[in-house]
Design a protein around this ligand. Structure first.
Ligand code: SF4
Ligand code: MG
Length: 290
């Protein structure tokens, strides 16, 4: 048993709920890296909240001992934002997959990014819908054969999660691979520590329904960003997100800068509003009386 004075270990963040992902699913590695990052940061079980949408990866909050909220398909970011704004003292970490985040939830992403909402978003990207048994997703490759695209996906292009978030002003944008647990845990830790919106795209293969983007394919393709990478240089980050060397994908922190967060901006507005003595709610409501 852990007492209040003992540091929490990774296993202390594990709930008693049986993990139900398919054997070998990439999401197991992500769960383990999240627990290690939580332990490294000594996150409190009482003030940490895991929020998710719908999909295989969105089950992750069940497997953590912290508070959790399994929301609706695509709605992870607005729910996470609401929790953070209601109680800024909470550490809010959002989890989801490529279908959840960039299909039905895609419209929410730019706004949470541009507001620099102080939450962490960990996306498990397997380039397919896993929970619904293998349909083409927004990050699937063009021409991909799935149960809904038996002659190949007709889409000309796919969503690049990194350039998507970078374009809207993401202040922390990184990519990891679930086959590299040490780097993944380190990146998740830095993402949580970052003040502002942090986005980590984790390549997390679905062994059951995606026979193309497999661990074997990625293990020889993932490359750490070059030593000369300047994470404050947005143009370089975008270039390396969109144009990695042929057949390769970069991992690491593409972009990291400091900007005011949504909570800081709201606090400043509250201060200004509080200084205005005319802003009495009853006075305002009186203006609407017939
Ligand atoms: Fe993982 Fe795919 Fe199984 Fe879902 S269907 S648990 S993503 S391996
Ligand atoms: Mg998916």
């Amino acid at each position: 048993m852990t007492t209040a004075t003992e540091p929490l270990k990774a296993k202390d963040y594990k709930s008693d709920t049986r993990v139900v992902w398919c054997p070998g699913c990439g999401d197991y590695g992500v769960l383990s890296a999240v627990q290690k990052a939580y332990a490294a940061l000594q996150l409190s079980l009482e003030t940490t909240v895991a929020v998710s949408g719908i999909g295989c990866s969105s089950r992750l909050p069940y497997f953590l001992k912290t508070f959790g909220f399994h929301s609706l398909h695509g709605r992870v970011l607005p729910v996470a934002t609401g929790i953070k704004v209601a109680n800024p003292e909470l550490e809010v970490i959002a989890f989801g997959g490529d279908g959840d985040g960039f299909s039905i939830g895609g419209g929410h992403v730019p706004h949470v990014v541009r507001k620099n909402t102080d939450i962490t978003y960990i996306l498990m990207d397997n380039h397919i819908y896993g929970l619904t048994k293998g349909q083409v997703s927004p990050t699937s490759n063009s021409g991909m054969v799935t149960v809904t695209t038996p002659y190949g996906s007709p889409d000309t292009g796919s969503v690049n999660p990194l350039s998507y978030v970078l374009t809207y002003g993401g202040t922390f944008v990184a990519q990891a691979f679930s086959g590299n647990p040490k780097q993944m845990a380190d990146i998740i830790q830095q993402a949580i520590e970052h003040k502002g919106f942090s986005f980590v795209n984790i390549i997390s293969p679905c062994l059951t329904f995606n026979k193309v983007d497999t661990f074997d394919f990625y293990k020889d393709s993932m490359t750490e960003l070059p030593d000369d990478h300047d994470s404050t240089n947005l143009v370089q980050a975008l270039d390396r997100a969109i144009n990695p060397p042929p057949g390769r994908f970069y991992t690491g922190i593409f972009h990291k800068v400091q900007k005011p967060t949504l909570i800081e901006n709201l606090r400043n507005i509250n201060k200004k509003a509080g200084a205005n003595k005319n802003l009495d709610l009853n006075t305002i409501m009186d203006n609407y009386k017939p």
